[in-house]
Every structure is written in C-alpha cells, then in structure tokens.
Design a protein around this ligand. Structure first.
Ligand SMILES: C[S@@+](CC[C@H](N)C(=O)[O-])C[C@H]1O[C@@H](n2cnc3c(N)ncnc32)[C@H](O)[C@@H]1O
Length: 452
C-alpha cells in the first residue's frame, strides 16, 4: 500500500541537489533515497524508474541543459540560486529529452517545486523560462558539426569539451562521436559466478528463480549479464556468496594473469577486491593471494567480499604499492598491477563521472602508475608473470607506461595478452578494449614475463 503521496520530481530534485550542492555521488545518493522511500512503502517500480531517469538524465546532460537554458535567460545561469537552477534543469530535460512527459506536467511541476523551495519572484521566473522554452524550441541550434566538431560533439553527446577536444585530436571526430554515443548507453549489470561454489549454468537457474532476467556472457566462462533484476540486496544468491558484481572486461584481467592453484600472487592495487577474489576463485582457493592497497577502509571491503565468497586464501595488507618491491623482492609467482587511473573507459557506468574528471588528473597519474609498476615488478620471481591493467583509454596511462617500463627493464618481455583471453583470442599484444567497439568497459590489459 502506498503510505503517502509524493512527487517523483521532488525526490529527483533532492538527489540532484545532493550531487550538485553537497558533492554526493549520484548512484549512491539515488540508491539511498530509493531505499528510504521504498522502505516507507512510497515507491512503485514505475516511480523508481522515472526518478532514476530524471536524476541520471539531468546529471548526464548537465552542460547541454545549461547551454539550452541560456537561450531563454536574460542573466547568467550561474547567478541563479542552486536549487532554482536544478529545478530549471529538471524542467528543460523533460521538455527536450522525455517525449512521454506532457509539456504542461513538466512546467507545472517545476512551478510547484519553485513555490516550495523559492519565492514569488522565482516562481514567475521559472514559469516564464520553461514556458518560453516549450513555445520556442527552434532557438536551440547546435554548432555546425564540421566547422566546430568539438563544441558540437560535446553538446550533442553530453561530454566535457576538454575531453572531446582530446579525443577528436587523437581519434578523429567520427570515432569520437561513436565513443561518446557508447558512453551514453547505460550497460546492463554483469556478475561473475563464484565457481568455487556453483557453476554458471546453476547460477543462471538460481538467478532466474529469483526474478533476474539474465544470460551467459560471451567474454568469460563465468560472466553473466543481468538485464532486469530486483534490488540486489534482496537476492539470497548474493548473500550466499554465489557471485560477485564485476564488469565483463574487468573479469578478463585475472584470466590474462592466469594464476595457478598453489601459487603466491600479489594484487598490488587490490581493493575492493573484484580481481583479488576472481584470482582466488581461478586458483580454486588453493595457494595464497596477497591483496594490498593504500586504503585500509577499502581493504575491509575486500575482506568482506572474500568472506562472503568463501575464499580463505586471501590476505590483505595496507601498503603504498611504490614500496612493494623491497617488501616482497622476487617472492611472487605472479603480480597484478590494476593501477589507479583516470577511469575514462568507464564513463558509461555513472552519469556524474564525466563531470568529475579534469584534464589535470592526467598530469599526475602516469608518474604514480610508472612508480607502482616499477616497484611491483621487483616482486616477480624469475619466470613469473606481471600484468598491468587500467580502466582507461589514455595512451599516457597505458601503452606509454608499459613501453617505458619495458625499455628500462629488459628482464621482462611482453606476452600477447590477446592470446590469454578466455573466449575469442585476439592478436593484440597490448589489449585495449573500447565501449564503442567491444561493447564492454574501456579496459587496457598487458601481460609480461620475467625472463632473467
Ligand atoms: C582500479 S582500483 C583497483 C580495483 C581492484 N583491483 C578491483 O578489481 O576491485 C585502484 C586501486 O588503487 C589504490 N591505490 C591508489 N594509489 C595507490 C598506491 N600508491 N598504492 C597502492 N594502492 C593504491 C586505490 O585505493 C584503488 O583501490
């Protein structure tokens, strides 16, 4: 039974304000609000979907909505109070991007919200701006695609201009367009079967019985794609440790490392343990996996995941990976460096992530990545394996790091990462996966063997 009538747009506004004004993460703030309202019996499935659409759409399209609004404003949007600004964004998003929402509903609800959160003057202002936009949509003219490709692509596909500029220079406008389009498609949830406890076929049956619509992934033997699912927290199969939530391309990393039962493996940047637990599963829970990370609170999540999955060969240690080399010299059979990175390959996962990045992050990260790789490499035994991976598509964080490492470490040779793929093999030595080509998160994976 619905306990209390509420307005979906007001819930969406609250989450958007939390993200914009308080710096909350969109997915976390939304999940909290939905859980809270759900527990109070206020939310139907339809409400949940509509609120999610409003929040994710308004945040993802942020700069484009502001540009659209600027056509109907006589003063800069930055001078408008934050809450009113967000009401305008929500309103114009519905007017221009949600065909099913009637114009009257979008405008009237924005006015009602302004009555509650603004004053008489702002009510008139919001009403005027949105009704003007609804009446004169022809005022919105996108920049010419050929003359101003960066501006056009940034506005059309909701990406920061600095990033589009970078991609257009490196990939060309057409590829950049495909990449931006792919980043706007929300991917389905993917999970990894905990093969220590259950087979993939059995898990698919179990998930289906729990109301999940899913099918086997073609990338890995344990991946499952879930197209529709009830709240994950409610699934007994999750509580029983039958699976781990993990992206398909992220699952490839442990396969390329190819850990064997009985070995000693170091996962240098291991938290929150997606790959650490996968490695332990592939070792059939026999041997030792040391998962290190600079943040203890993240390693606590690794330990919790290992406990839930029933993997008892995992140990954790809080450590700056630049000190790994002298702590475990030549001790490990295999070492994984899943380096901290700009995350530009996984923008499709969260609507706010593209707006949280800045060009400056690309200045500092490569130095840290190189230092971690050099140190972690010292832990590899002769004949052992070193894997370097990131979830970005930036050469400065990927190929440049590995090439520079190889040129100063002749004892390591580059293997063909593509040959270690569990599904279709590829000829790539350094594997770069792309959302627009491979339809998975953008991941970079390389594998090296220590010969001397
Ligand atoms: C890409 S994430 C790792 C994800 C993890 N491998 C997984 O699959 O769940 C990178 C990790 O590096 C950690 N990190 C950042 N700087 C580090 C450093 N100097 N030494 C060790 N870990 C670091 C971050 O805390 C973060 O957990």
């Amino acid at each position: 039974m619905t306990a209390k009538k509420f307005d979906a747009r007001e819930v969406a506004l609250k989450v958007i304000n939390d993200v914009e004004i308080s710096g909350a993460y969109a997915n976390i703030a939304l999940a909290q609000e939905i859980t809270r309202r759900g527990a109070q019996g206020q939310l139907s499935e339809q409400d949940r979907r509509f609120i999610t659409e409003l929040v994710y759409g308004t945040i993802k399209c942020g700069a484009t909505l502001d540009w659209m609004l600027s056509h109907y404003l006589s003063r800069p949007l930055a001078k408008v109070a934050p809450v009113i600004r967000n009401i305008l964004r929500l309103g114009i998003y519905q007017l221009f991007f949600l065909e099913k929402v009637p114009v009257s509903a979008a405008c009237n609800q924005a006015v009602e919200l302004t009555k509650k959160y603004g004053h008489a003057g702002t009510v008139k202002f919001v009403n005027g701006v949105l009704r003007n936009a609804a009446r004169s949509p022809e005022k919105i003219v996108y920049p010419d695609r050929d003359k101003q490709p960066v501006k056009y692509l940034a506005l059309k596909y909701f990406h920061p201009e600095w990033l589009v500029d970078r991609w257009v220079k490196r990939l060309g406008a057409s590829t950049c367009e495909q990449l931006c389009q792919a980043n706007n498609v929300t991917p389905p949830l993917s999970v990894r079967t905990n093969t220590v406890k259950i087979t993939r076929d059995e898990l698919i049956n179990r998930l289906t019985a729990e109301g999940v619509t899913c099918q086997a992934s073609s990338w890995t033997p344990e991946g499952i794609i879930c197209y529709e699912h009830p709240g994950l927290g409610w699934l007994k199969s999750l509580q029983e440790g039958l699976f781990q939530i993990q992206d398909e391309s992220s699952m490839l990393v442990a396969h390329i490392l190819d850990p064997q039962p009985g070995e000693f493996i170091i996962d240098a940047c291991g938290a929150p343990g997606g790959k650490t637990t996968h490695i332990a599963s592939l070792m059939n829970n026999t041997g030792q996996v040391l998962s290190t990370d600079i943040y203890e609170h993240k390693l606590a999540i690794t330990r919790e995941n290992a406990r839930r999955l029933g993997l008892n060969i995992i140990e954790t240690k809080t450590l700056d990976a630049v000190h790994l080399g002298h702590t475990y010299p030549s001790k490990a059979d295999r070492v994984l460096v899943d380096a901290p990175c700009s995350g530009l390959g996984v923008l499709r996962r969260k609507p706010d992530s593209r707006w949280r990045k800045s060009i400056e992050i690309l200045d500092d990260l490569p130095k840290l990545q190189a230092a971690i790789l050099v140190s972690a490499a010292q832990c590899v035994k002769r004949g052992g394996v070193l894997v370097y991976s990131t979830c970005t598509t930036e050469p400065a964080e990927n190929q440049d790091i590995v090439n520079s490492f190889l040129s100063s470490h002749p004892e390591f040779v580059l293997d063909s990462a593509g040959q270690y793929l569990p599904g279709n093999k590829r000829s790539d030595t350094m594997l770069q996966l792309w959302p627009h080509i491979d339809k998975v998160d953008g991941f970079f994976i390389t594998r090296m063997t220590r010969q001397k």
